[in-house]
Design a protein around this ligand. Sequence first.
Ligand SMILES: Nc1ncnc2c1ncn2[C@@H]1O[C@H](COP(=O)(O)OP(=O)(O)OP(=O)(O)O)[C@@H](O)[C@H]1O
Ligand SMILES: [Mg+2]
Length: 339
Amino acid sequence: MPTLTSLSKELGIDLGTTQTRIADSGGVLMDEPTIVAIVIEEQKIVALGKEARGMQGRVSEETIEVTHPLQKGVVADYEITEALLAYLLKQVSGPMRIFRPRVMITVPYGVTSVEARAVHEAVLQAGSRDAYLIQQPLAAALGVDLPVGAPSGNMVVCLGGGTTQAAVISMYGIVAAETLRAGGMQLDEAIALYVRRKYGVVIGSTTAEQLKVRIGAAVSQDKEESLEVQGQDQVSGLPRPVTLTTGEVVEALQEPLKQVIENCRRVLEKTPPELVSDIIDRGVALTGGGAQLRGIDKLLTKALGIPAYVVDNPTTCVVQGAVKALGMYSVLKRNLPPV
Ligand SMILES: Nc1ncnc2c1ncn2[C@@H]1O[C@H](COP(=O)(O)OP(=O)(O)OP(=O)(O)O)[C@@H](O)[C@H]1O
Ligand SMILES: [Mg+2]
């Protein structure tokens, strides 16, 4: 039997390009890939989340489409996003869905009102009672307990799969921020492009991501690692293995990482000097899955001239902050995106 608290749930949702997470005040309840598999002919959903990700690149593209309903942080397919949210909410609330949850859901900083409304509408249709939106970097800052309520500068960078969002927050409000509509997926693309150009071998996005996660880094490492992956010869189309080293992955990532640096620089340029001096004292908090790239803190520290550090909960801070924001709604309300 569900307890009384589970009947009147307050939930935070981090609707990410690669991963969607749901939490309540007790902790993270759900962490599933933002991926849905559909039988093309009947337009029927056959798998969602992890199960759908498992089908990626492994099913006939003519019969089953494995889709990412979010692209670069925003809803690209409204109906599929709603279906995915409905499925996840149902998993969280269980079969006895008597009371619908109140939800705080994230959107990237700087989305258009049309993009914001799509998320709001989708989560309401998916079965929530009330829904509020919060900018992802503000949620991240709350989730890592930065003193964002004080009149002082707090800088956070969210390194996501489809976006890179940098923001300076003071008195619960975003003072300066920029969203780059590129993230970890673009790092994977850069690795795949590098391998094709250098070795004439085509590798898939999942393989490129593996190279990044297992041996990759943002800056050169003392210890070189290597990994053999399977690809396809660009000319003959036949299978061909290729071995990459850490140094090569670092080289492949430099171009897209430059954009990440530029994005942070633009935010600092727009930040009032008093707040910049607070940020110099406190450092820049790095969050999101991409904060786990080895040496990203070193790279940003050097490029920005301000210490950057990876937070303890890089992948869950956004959803934890979203839950927290529900309880602070009255103080946050004027700074949240309108719908
Ligand atoms: N150890 C790692 N090193 C480098 N990148 C990593 C590592 N672990 C995860 N990632 C990357 O983190 C990204 C996903 O991060 P996250 O879950 O924060 O994204 P998201 O919230 O779904 O996307 P967004 O916020 O842009 O909409 C993926 O691109 C993934 O490859
Ligand atoms: Mg995210």
